[in-house]
Write a protein that binds this ligand. Sequence first.
Ligand SMILES: C[S@@+](CC[C@H](N)C(=O)[O-])C[C@H]1O[C@@H](n2cnc3c(N)ncnc32)[C@H](O)[C@@H]1O
Length: 209
Amino acid sequence: MRQHVNPLSKHFNEIERIPSLIEMFEHAKSPLHLDIGCAAGHFLFDLALVNTSWNYLGIEIRERLVKNAQLKLREREIKNLYFVFGNAYKILNDVQNDFFLKNVKSISFNFPDPWFKKRHYKRRVVQPEFIKILSNSLQKGSYIFIKTDVKDLFNYMDCTISSNFNFKSIDKKDFNYSASFNPKEVQTNREKYVKGNQIDIFDRIYMKI
Ligand SMILES: C[S@@+](CC[C@H](N)C(=O)[O-])C[C@H]1O[C@@H](n2cnc3c(N)ncnc32)[C@H](O)[C@@H]1O
């Protein structure tokens, strides 16, 4: 089993600048989805290939995975996908990346690291300060998607996001998946594993109001 990366380590203090939309994508005006903790990016490669009218950006804290994904991206000449290395909170909290969240239509946190011990909860990626940044910068009508197979982590994320009055949870039956970043309901690697083993999944969608 892999060791989780401690996002609070000073190793991640250096912040990568997110390039402008024109530098990253062929069609800079396409709707933009951000996947946080995208690992090797398999999910985003699948999405980018089937939904060419969307742009996708993945942020991942394991540098080797990001380097490999960037290499694969160049080889395949995919023009609606981009990867950034680092701690997502620090990257999005950085003033040089201020422009970015204003352009994001939706964000996914898929199966984030659970950090089971209470003293490690602060290493979880969904934190009140992070949600505050999202709530200050995202446009009204933008979405956050959370998904996990760890009930306790789900409750923690749900409580953190719901405590911010700028987000309201959406009833899934009222949500128009066909217009979303993932109309074909592509699954992440972890999701495929969890579904294959008939483990429960907990998920929720929130809209910025
Ligand atoms: C359990 S994996 C899930 C990967 C993928 N989303 C999936 O569903 O298969 C969680 C990923 O989030 C990354 N991660 C954890 N904390 C992060 C942070 N603060 N910023 C960016 N990535 C992070 C981890 O390195 C890991 O690749």
